[in-house]
Design a protein around this ligand. Structure first.
Ligand code: SAH
Ligand code: SF4
Ligand code: F3S
Length: 494
């Protein structure tokens, strides 16, 4: 029986003639059943199914949350659609890590309001990180009264209960919590892919990098129990999942505050033993907490992918200190050396911020120096965004926009040149590729990923999705490859 089948039985067992249970997640099962009745009735009135569209705007962790939202909506009786225009219920799971993420939400709301005028049944819901900001909720109440439901990151598990309340309310339902120490397990989820899945190992963040809003909107670090995580991975494996991505803002500090502390390295060793799982990825590693034990586990693992995302943020030790990152340029470089010595063929990728307050040309050149020394396989580059409430937002020496733009362009050029040179090095070699989807441009091709996370397009059809094929990389086209499936007897590289 699948995970969702088990939950289905528990939902059906709820008695709606009784008051809702106090315990979670039973209370939410009760409200799912209640929503089902309401949705069924509405659908009968309209003589058609009700459609819901769930839009995710943030990182991998938001994507994982969105799978829960979609799972709950489907379990409650909605038909899931990708079209916001035809949906009766639209929910945006928002991100607020940079200001432009917020602007995008306001823009989209104006657009949705146009559809709502045509479909008065339409319900608009907003949740996720941006809703944890008080000024956002105030602005929504004042200028976007057509939004029906607003909730935050800490009470996402309460979605069924809030949905039931929204059906009956005339005004905006708002429920945003400042904090939680709770982790509610066992809610329905609809996975985007059948063969790969994210797995939360921890929530929140305690690092308070001075530019970052995440600790304020995601709360304090909370690790899930190893047994719950491993149980989830076993279930996923039994449902055909071959690749898992362990998710947390700082996976290297996993397990430190559990009643019985365990290390991330230990969790990885246990996950490795689970049959059926072929590939293990994890995101994100903070350099300050990357232990020798973890490097050793990566070195000996057959399943951990040859990819480490190790955000640098800045190459200047002075700026790193101001950012509260708690490592220096030299420590970062040493760490990269250590990782490469242990796992020579590993791809290292990173995040870099340009224009942090007080960044001088010489600081920026230090960043460029690290980029040239490390030669990242790829890098996400960001222009510093001032986030209200963070220590960096109050710093006086904000860098002028044109200076930042000029540095950003120089950095991007360097990063891209190196990434292309690195990608070229693999041309002609054979690697296992997990095929993920039919190519979006040409359906006689499929698209997959190497262990090092590079993208490969190859001839093939939907039948290959979810399988691991030995593929020869025939040609490198900048950031991706064109490959060809080889016969079983050609040599495997890794
Ligand atoms: N927990 C992860 C990062 C999560 S946010 C880590 O520490 O590595 C993803 C990336 O967004 C960060 O690595 C950082 O590069 C970028 N970022 C965060 N806050 C930002 C801000 N205020 N302005 C610009 N980029 C930011
Ligand atoms: Fe933000 Fe730093 Fe936490 Fe990453 S580690 S989420 S950058 S505070
Ligand atoms: Fe954005 Fe929240 Fe992730 S702010 S980056 S969606 S944790």
């Amino acid at each position: 029986m699948s995970y969702n089948d088990d939950i289905e039985m528990l939902i059906e067992a709820q008695d709606l003639t009784l008051p809702p249970p106090e315990r979670e997640p039973q209370r939410q099962y009760y409200f799912i059943k209640k929503c089902r009745e309401i949705i069924k009735k509405k659908s009968e009135e309209l003589g058609r199914p009700l459609y819901a569209c769930s839009v995710c705007m943030g990182c991998q962790m938001n994507a994982k949350d969105s799978e829960k939202l979609t799972g709950i909506l489907e379990t409650a009786g909605y038909e899931i659609t990708d079209s916001q225009e035809e949906a009766d219920f639209v929910i945006y799971n928002t991100c607020t890590v940079r200001e432009n993420a917020n602007n995008k939400v306001y823009g989209r709301l104006g657009y949705l309001n146009g559809f709502k005028k045509k479909n008065p049944n339409m319900i608009i819901g907003l949740c996720g990180c941006m809703m944890q900001e008080k000024k956002v909720v105030e602005k929504l109440k004042k200028s976007y009264p057509f939004v029906n439901l607003v909730f935050g990151t800490h009470n996402i598990y309460k979605f069924p209960e809030l949905l039931a309340e929204t059906f009956q309310a005339d005004t905006m339902v708002v429920d945003v919590w400042d904090e939680t120490d709770k982790i509610v397990e066992d809610l329905p989820a609809k996975r985007k892919y059948s063969f790969k899945s994210g797995v939360n190992i921890m929530f929140g963040c305690n690092n308070f990098c001075s530019y970052c809003i995440v600790p304020y909107v995601r709360g304090r670090e909370r690790s899930r129990k190893p047994e719950d995580i491993l149980e989830e991975i076993k279930k996923l494996s039994s449902e055909g999942v071959v690749e898992i991505m362990l998710l947390g803002q700082n996976v290297n500090s996993y397990g430190k505050n559990l009643d019985t502390p365990v290390t991330f390295a230990h969790l990885l060793r246990e996950a490795e033993k689970i049959e059926g799982i072929e590939r293990i990825r994890f995101m994100t590693s903070h350099p300050k907490d990357l232990s020798d034990e973890l490097i050793d586990v990566m070195k000996h693992s057959k399943k951990i992918c040859k990819h480490l995302h190790l955000p640098l943020q800045s190459g200047s030790s002075r700026i790193l200190k101001e950012m509260n990152r708690r490592y220096t340029k030299e420590q970062y470089l040493q760490l990269v050396d250590k990782v490469r010595q242990a796992v020579p063929d590993i791809a290292i990728t990173t995040d870099i911020i340009v224009g942090f307050p007080g960044e001088r040309e010489e600081d920026f050149l230090e960043t460029m120096d690290v980029v040239k020394k490390v030669r990242f396989d790829s890098a996400f580059t960001f222009i510093y965004s001032r986030r209200t409430g963070t220590p960096a937002a109050a710093m006086e020496n904000q860098v002028a926009e044109d200076v930042v733009k000029d540095r950003f362009d120089r950095l991007l050029k360097e990063v891209q040149t190196i990434a292309q040179e690195k990608a070229m090095e693999h041309t002609g070699k054979i690697f296992p590729v997990l095929v993920e989807e039919v190519n979006r441009q040409d359906d006689s091709f499929v698209t997959g990923r190497l262990s090092n996370n590079s993208v490969v397009h190859l001839k093939g059809d939907a039948g290959l999705i979810g399988t691991i094929q030995q593929v020869k990389l025939k040609e490198c086209r900048g950031f991706y490859y064109i490959g060809e499936v080889i016969s079983q007897d050609e040599k495997k590289v890794w």
